[in-house]
Design a protein around this ligand. Structure first.
Ligand code: FAD
Length: 398
């Protein structure tokens, strides 16, 4: 027990103001935040589902600054748990040990709340091979078959393994002991604490796809999309992010590139700059598939633009025209002005997709510096490196 927790227990009578000081809540002791609002930001007909979720932090003592993340400790899909229980003919109420401290939970609850059941690792398969006589699995885990094992693990889950390699001789306890503890999911905070005291807002894209013949649902995002209602609670903690922060001075210009759910921290940045009356200019590049259904927070953003809080707002929609238009194309179109902002000391922020978007934006930024600064490629890269060292190029990508 840490000192903060001890002081909280000793001072049960403390005043409300005192309660706000240090918080006892953390990743290992999450706060049960009440859901105030949970809406779909995408319009009818969109292929996406992006939830705007507002949670209450009242009486938690938790606070945050723009750029921080919220950690959520999710539960597994009860339907998936039920299918596993049925497949294995397990008894829901059987007590299983869930950790080295010897804590126990009824099996169904352990699979719902404690264990990660949607991801396999090579180690899980190697250890599982001891719990079955299935020849195929025993061959798959041989050292010479490591490539095939890696391929099997990719995109498959516990249910796939249980169905593919039975009959199982291991007990429920032996099988769940192979599993890792459910890891929390992080989400960029989409609100400013100063604007929304005791609230935290999130922008969460529902992850749904089909692979290896089954429909799959992202554990946390689909919990938020399908099973989380107003008045419910979610276990949460604040994950500070020192490397994604507004400039110290409100006079500094900022350029934000946040397509899709990448918009989240920039909603927080914009709210914070608005409430502080920051004088620096701000420029947002947003992107998604269709302007009619996927322009997240469109009304808010346009109203910030009207009020001058947002100096420039450029949006790119990839499926509205034959030729796909992405945020990096909008940057290119505005290359001269963008370089002028950089030359005047603007900070440049990127949030969202790591695999493609962040790389395209990075390369486009170098192209722009090279062209507008009339520099060699090497000099342009050096310019961007220098910006990074000065913390003027910050990325929150996932
Ligand atoms: C710092 C940080 C900030 C983040 N901020 C946000 C945010 O603001 N909003 C947001 O929505 N997310 C954000 N994320 C991502 C978020 O943490 C989760 O990873 C995301 O919601 C998916 O979690 P899940 O539990 O729903 O899915 P999981 O159950 O964790 O499943 C996701 C996994 O499914 C697999 N997968 C996904 N799509 C496919 C596909 N088409 N084909 C095959 N496999 C696939 C991938 O292996 C992926 O890792 C952030 C992540 C980080 C690290």
């Amino acid at each position: 027990m840490n000192s903060v927790q001890i002081s909280v227990e000793k001072n049960a009578e403390q005043t409300k103001a005192e309660k706000k000081l240090p918080t006892a809540y953390s990743r290992t002791n999450p706060f049960q935040a009440k859901v105030l609002e949970n809406i779909n930001l995408n319009g009818a007909g969109s292929s996406k589902e992006t939830r705007h979720i507002e949670l209450s932090l009242t009486d938690s003592g938790l606070s945050y600054v723009p750029g921080d993340c919220l950690g959520i400790i999710p539960e597994n899909d009860p339907e998936l748990v039920a299918v596993i229980m049925k497949e294995m003919e397990w008894d829901s109420e059987e007590a299983v040990t869930i950790n080295k401290q010897g804590e126990t939970l009824p099996l169904k609850e352990a699979l719902t709340k404690h264990f990660e059941i949607t991801l396999l690792t090579k180690k899980v398969l190697q250890q599982a091979a001891e719990l079955t006589d299935n020849a195929e699995l025993k061959t798959l885990v041989l050292p010479e078959n490591v490539d095939q094992l890696k391929e099997y693990v990719d995109g498959r889950d516990l249910l796939d393994m249980l169905r593919d390699f039975g009959p199982w001789k291991g007990s429920a306890q032996e099988i769940v002991s192979l599993l890792r503890k459910m890891p929390p999911r992080l989400y960029s905070i989409a609100s400013s604490f100063s604007t929304n005291p005791d609230e935290v807002h999130l922008t969460i894209g529902a992850v749904r796809y089909t692979t290896h013949g089954r429909e799959r649902k992202g554990v946390c995002s689909v919990l938020c999309a399908e099973r989380l209602h107003e008045g419910d609670t979610l276990p949460v903690f604040i994950q500070p992010n020192k490397h994604f922060k507004l400039p110290e001075s409100g006079e500094t210009d900022i350029i934000m590139v946040g397509p899709g759910t990448g918009i989240a921290p920039f909603r927080s940045f914009i709210q914070e700059r608005a409430v502080n009356g920051a004088e620096g200019r701000s420029w947002l590049f947003f992107g998604d598939q269709h302007s009619a259904t996927d322009f997240l927070y469109q009304n808010e953003l346009e109203s910030y633009q009207k009020d001058g809080v947002l100096t420039n707002l450029d949006a790119a929609f990839s499926r509205d025209t034959e030729q796909k238009v992405y945020v990096q194309h909008k940057m290119q179109e505005n290359s001269k002005e963008l370089f002028e902002w950089l030359e005047k000391g603007a900070y440049f922020y990127v949030c969202g997709d790591k695999q493609y978007m962040a790389k395209d934006v990075h390369n486009t930024l170098i192209d722009i510096i090279e062209k507008e600064g009339a520099m060699s490629r090497e000099a342009a890269e050096e310019y961007l490196n220098a910006m990074q060292k000065q913390k003027r190029y910050q990325r929150d990508v996932y």
